[in-house]
Structure formats: structure tokens, C-alpha cells
Write a protein that binds this ligand. Sequence first.
Ligand SMILES: CC(=O)N[C@H]1[C@@H](OP(=O)(O)OP(=O)(O)OC[C@H]2O[C@@H](n3ccc(=O)[nH]c3=O)[C@H](O)[C@@H]2O)O[C@H](CO)[C@@H](O)[C@@H]1O[C@H](C)C(=O)N[C@@H](C)C(=O)N[C@H](CCC(=O)O)C(=O)O
Ligand SMILES: Nc1ncnc2c1ncn2[C@@H]1O[C@H](COP(=O)(O)OP(=O)(O)OP(=O)(O)O)[C@@H](O)[C@H]1O
Ligand SMILES: N[C@H](CCC[C@H](N)C(=O)O)C(=O)O
Ligand SMILES: [Mg+2]
Length: 495
Amino acid sequence: MKLSSLLHHHGLTSNFAHDPEISSITADSRNVGTGCIFVALKGTKQDGRHFIPLAVAQGAAAIVQAEEAGQHYPSQQTENGHTALIITLPDPARFLARSAALLAGPQPEHIAAITGTNGKSSTADFLRQLHQLRHEKAASLGTLGLISDVSLPPLPSLTTPDAVTLANTLAALKAHGVNHVALEASSHGLQQHRLDGVAITAAAFSNLTRDHLDYHHTLEAYRHAKLHLFEKLLPEGGLAVLNSDMDGESYQALCEIATRRKLNLRTVGATGKTIRIVEAIPTPQGMDLTLQLHGRTLPSLHFPLPGRFQAENALLAAALCWDDDKEAEAIINLLPQLKGVPGRCEPVAHLPNGACAYVDYAHTPDALEHVLLSLRPHASGRLIVVFGAGGDRDKGKRPLMGQIAAHLADEVIVTDDNPRSEDPATIRAEILATAPQAKEIGDRKKAIQTALAGLKEGDVLLIAGKGHETGQIIKGETHPFDDRTITATLAKELA
Ligand SMILES: CC(=O)N[C@H]1[C@@H](OP(=O)(O)OP(=O)(O)OC[C@H]2O[C@@H](n3ccc(=O)[nH]c3=O)[C@H](O)[C@@H]2O)O[C@H](CO)[C@@H](O)[C@@H]1O[C@H](C)C(=O)N[C@@H](C)C(=O)N[C@H](CCC(=O)O)C(=O)O
Ligand SMILES: Nc1ncnc2c1ncn2[C@@H]1O[C@H](COP(=O)(O)OP(=O)(O)OP(=O)(O)O)[C@@H](O)[C@H]1O
Ligand SMILES: N[C@H](CCC[C@H](N)C(=O)O)C(=O)O
Ligand SMILES: [Mg+2]
């Protein structure tokens, strides 16, 4: 594509003397080659503008950077005999995402983006499963990676990949005939405009509680980043699905956007107008669910997974799934066929004495509270929790999680969970400050072993925080560690 044509798609006109052919775009100088546009972004650690000379020397056709008031920029820059055009724009990250999408090619016809503090991965997985149960080629993309009917290279470990990877992945899915995609929209991804080139057709919001304040600083800024999905990315008239039981402030803000932008609003939950949970009665494996669809009570169904929050996520997915209201009941009737999401309230061991252990990805105060409350009815004996908190992440979560564990579990073991660059003992101490009765066992395997060894008939053990993760990150190194396989192996040894 010619540069002038690319600029034209953004409503810009080219005043340059020549019009290079553009083959790619990137925000990483290490990926720059001939015919590439290098977008110099300010990051959290570095300023991409430092890498402009390098990008030019490597053959960049053009450089895009943020315009700053009062600054005058040259129209081109030469390094090592190669010249690149210089373009200054108010919003280079948005330009990057939208150009990457144009260069990558067509995207799947149905793309649902899911945001919220907790439940994004689960909802995306359930939505992919529902599409597949309807014999549609489908994919989900997020913390659990890319899961689809077609085989594509694995993605980097972010929840929402960078804009270029995202555009290329969506185009590859479309080329393989996948037309239904469920995408996780993280607050970092939304804030950094990673999704601005995605042709989103539906959006969902699960809930908003405390997380990532290390990055967003205030809950208001965190909410604002998430609202961007509904305010800017979802086109007018698009489908918006909300869990009606989220905090009132977020719900009000979303309803206001939905009205103003004429979104097709569906709400699910205890007070949902589209799907209302009338009753959820826990059973050994899941729950008996009575639902109302648009006010009409449906025959009860068995939802096969434990935890009311899992049913809420599944309803969010169901309401994202149908186009025509006539299909709604058929979609809801697929819920009994859903499979558990890896590392989400996943039963991993049953001891001969009848005690059992679950692994869950709860790494926020709200998630820990929900999963402990959800598992309580499954424990005729005691409820025991093993958990920690991630290093280099929102420190304010730690005392809150300690308090919740102390309040809702009968026994608490505080251990390590990805201390990263921080001192693990300090992280544990910050949790223990509000859980003084808790045991402290830094070594996660020993903590799990101790908890398993102490289980009696009817007890339930929750190992929280790492879910599907397969490593323990300590000082920049990832050591193999999988709560699920370790717990299952240790439980077998005990049997
Ligand atoms: C805090 C954060 O979101 N960081 C992301 C951000 O990096 P950054 O702002 O730190 O970038 P930087 O290192 O300062 O560099 C600035 C610019 O210079 C460029 N650069 C840098 C070096 C070089 O040699 N040449 C060059 O051009 C970089 O490509 C970048 O454009 O942009 C990078 C490129 O897209 C991401 O890889 C990186 O994710 C880091 C690895 C990360 O850990 N992110 C986490 C916090 C994250 O995004 N998490 C969310 C949500 C998780 C959840 O909800 O639970 C996710 O979506 O995964
Ligand atoms: N609807 C919900 N309400 C409250 N807690 C939930 C909900 N759904 C999931 N959780 C909790 O959050 C954990 C993570 O769930 P999930 O991976 O689906 O969320 P996520 O939003 O994708 O998280 P991340 O931000 O890490 O990607 C679960 O293991 C569970 O403890
Ligand atoms: N996406 C989340 C995952 C946290 C998982 C937990 N195990 C931790 O390391 O804190 C984050 O990066 O904050
Ligand atoms: Mg996720």
C-alpha cells in the first residue's frame, strides 16, 4: 500500500515529494526493515523516540511520532544514507493500531471484546465454546493464549496482544475461515490503544473492582480505560452486554453510554433484564440454575461448574452469542454442555478421605472473596486457602486479600506467587499484616504439601492466584511451577 493511500484512510493528505510503498508498521525498532513505518511511542520505561535514528538507519520508510505543542519537526530524517519521512500526529498509538489492521487485511465478521476486572478469560472461553457447540469456527484470545479450531503460532504472553500482533492474528483467523472471535480487552490494552484497529461488533463488561492501581493510579482512571471500549471502539448500534450486578457507578456510566450511542443493550445477572438469575442452588459439581429470559421463567438447567460467578460469566457469554432474540433460548440450553476453563475453580485432587482441592486464578481481593464464598457450600468440613500476591503489581491488594482470606477461610497459608523483582518475604508480610493467624510458608510446593497433608474428611482446599500458569517468576527468571500438576501429584503420594 502506498503511504498516501494509508494516510488517506486516516483522513490525512500526504504533502511529501515521494510516496513510498509501505509493507509493514511497528512500534519496535528491532522489527524495522525496508518499507516499514516506525511508530515512536512513549512507554512506561523508555521513549520510543530514542530509537528513531536506529529505525531510519534500518530502512524505515517513515517515522510517526506524537506532535507536541510549539515544536517544529523536519519533514524527513537521514541516517547512514537512508532517508525516512517524518509524520507527526496527535495520537500515534491509534494510528499504529488502525494502520496495522489495514495492512494485515480483513478480520472475522463477529468479534466480541470482553472487559472487566475478573471474568474476561472465562467469558471469552465460554463464548468460544458456545460458538463451537453451534458448529461455527471460533477462537478465543487472551490470558490463556489463542484457542481456536485452526492451528496458528502461539502468541506472546500478554492478555491483549500488541496492536500489530492482534491485527495479524485476526487476519490469519479470517483467512482460515474463523468468523467468530472472543477477545479479552485488558485495561492496559485499552489504555495503550492496542485494540483501536479491531472491528469490534459486540462488547461485554463483567465487573470493576480493585486491580492494577500500580498502572492506572486511581479506580476512576482504571474505569475510564475500560469504558473506552464502549465509548469509542464499539460502533454506534453495536451489542453491549453487562453484568447488572457490577458496582453502581460503572453500571450507570455504561448505561449512559449505551443510551447516548444507541447500543443494543443486554443485561444479565440477579437483576438482569435480558437474563435474570432467579435461583442458583449448589450441587456437588455445579448448580441448578433457574433463569428468566426477558421476564419468562425457563425450565431449570444444570450448570456443570462450581461458583455462581462462573454462571454469571457463562450468561455474559450467552448474551454475546445470539444475533436474533429467537435464538436466545437455544443458546441458554447449551450451558449444561460447557466445560471448565483451565485454572478457574478447577478441581484438581480428590483425597481418599473425601477432601478435595481446587486451583483458581483469583489474584484480586474481589476474586478471592468470590471463589471462597463459592467453595464454602462444597465444604462440609473446613475451607483452607493457600495463596500469595504478585510482585511488581498493585501493592494495595495485599492487605485486602489477607483480610478476606482470614475472614472467609478456616485456615490460611500465605505463600509466594510470582515475586518478580520484589523481596518475597516483604510481600508475604504485607499480606500477613491483616491475617495474623495465617501460617507462612514461602515455598509454594511446601505450602501446598502442608495444606494437603492436613486435609480431613469434607475439607476443601483452595490454591489461589496462579490458575493455569506454569511458572513461578523470581528475579526475572521463570521456574517451572504448575499448581494443578503439583497438587495432583502430591495428593497421589498422600493417597
Ligand atoms: C506496562 C505495560 O503495559 N507495558 C507494555 C508496553 O511496554 P512499555 O510501555 O514498558 O514499553 P517501553 O519498554 O517503555 O518502550 C517504549 C517503546 O519503545 C519501543 N522500543 C523499546 C526498545 C527498543 O529497543 N526499541 C523500541 O522501539 C517499544 O516497542 C515501545 O513501543 O508495551 C509493550 C509493547 O506492546 C508491552 O510488551 C508491555 O507489556 C509488558 C511486558 C507488561 O508486562 N504488560 C502487562 C502489565 C500488561 O499489559 N498486562 C495486561 C493486563 C493483565 C490483566 O488484566 O491482568 C495485558 O494485556 O496483558
Ligand atoms: N464474574 C466474576 N466475578 C468475580 N470474580 C470472578 C468472576 N469471574 C472470575 N472471577 C475470579 O477471577 C479469577 C480470574 O478469572 P478470569 O481469568 O476469567 O478473569 P480475567 O478477567 O481474565 O483475569 P486477568 O485480568 O488476570 O486476565 C477467577 O479464577 C475467579 O477467582
Ligand atoms: N494478569 C495479571 C496476572 C496476575 C497473576 C498472579 N499470579 C500474579 O503474578 O500476580 C497480572 O499480570 O497482574
Ligand atoms: Mg484474563
